[in-house]
Design a protein around this ligand. Structure first.
Ligand SMILES: [Zn+2]
Length: 300
């Protein structure tokens, strides 16, 4: 893999006079700990702090200022964790610009894994949907310095089709183009979207691992479910319905292996509503999502 594009400055699209400036307090909230191999299990505290921070930027519409601020925060977290960090920009309807923030941890170069979470929200501040996923990414960043495979952590932009009016999740679509353009499609083991991971993964409230695959593929759903089993995180596989409602959709449609980890049978009654607030986030759920992903990234 070629070195990723350098992230120039702290200010992302949407910044300007009075825009997003450096935030010295932000990176300090991440404590660097040893890699997943020898580290204590995550407590979920760092993920919860980061999720609250992202939700605190407010309603994060695609291409808007709050989405840009949340992305700038994630970029700082990735860089602070020592990940090679870059920004992939793309256009969204209405003449706006959005972006994916990509943090790369080096592993074996003959294989690639992607963990992604959409940063934008629809109506409301999107605490579970999806500050939960972004917070988990931020907490993962300092803990994956020795992954089995090259690993991209990606805070995607502009997933919410209800806001963009697009037929695709636009950040994921751009990310698929990047994977293809770099000739990496044959190396991709799986791309996992973390979407609404703030309230499940508990006894009686299993996460659902979702994909359009008819059967579990050994290296994709099988590997992720094995990581769930080994870390004691209640997780069940469910095939997607007619369409796939998260960033894994664009990978699947491009013939690339992908799945989503998210809310289970109880669903998210506050999805796209004002009631999706930070008090709904459960530290134990975030800890379990993080634990599962750390294990999945560490295993061959
Ligand atoms: Zn979502």
């Amino acid at each position: 893999m070629r070195p990723a594009l350098a992230l120039i400055g702290l200010c992302l699209a949407g910044c300007g006079a009075g825009g997003v400036g450096p935030d010295p307090g932000a990176v300090g909230t991440f404590s660097v700990s040893p890699g997943a191999s020898g580290a204590a299990a995550p407590s979920g505290a760092a993920a919860l702090r980061a999720a609250r921070r992202v939700a605190g930027y407010g309603r994060r519409h695609a291409g808007g200022r709050a989405e840009a601020r949340a992305h700038a925060y994630v970029a700082r977290a990735f860089r602070g964790a020592g990940l090679r960090t870059s920004v992939q920009r793309f256009g969204v309807p209405g003449g706006k610009r959005s972006r994916n923030v990509i943090g790369v941890a080096q592993g074996r170069r003959n294989c690639l894994r992607i963990v992604m979470a959409h940063t934008d929200s629809a109506r409301g501040i999107g605490a579970n949907d999806n500050a939960s996923g972004v917070g988990t990414l931020a907490a993962l960043a300092p803990r994956i310095e020795r992954p089995a495979c090259d690993t991209w952590l990606v805070a995607t932009g502009s997933e919410e089709r209800i806001v963009t009016g697009a037929s695709d999740h636009l950040g994921a679509l751009a990310l698929v183009r990047k994977v293809r353009a770099r000739g990496l499609r044959g190396r991709l083991g799986w791309a996992l979207s973390l979407d609404e991971v703030g309230r499940d993964g508990l006894r009686g409230r299993a996460f659902w691992l979702r994909s359009p695959a008819r059967r579990r593929r050994a290296g994709v759903e099988g590997a992720l479910l094995a990581a769930a089993r080994r870390t004691g995180v209640p997780t069940a596989f469910r095939r997607d319905g007619r369409d796939s409602n998260s960033d894994h959709r664009e990978f699947a449609r491009a013939g690339l292996p992908a799945a989503k980890l998210g809310t289970g049978g109880a669903g998210e009654p506050c999805r796209h509503s004002a009631c999706d607030r930070t008090r709904r986030l459960r530290q134990a759920s975030l800890a379990r999502a993080q634990r599962l992903v750390e294990r999945a990234l560490a295993q061959d």
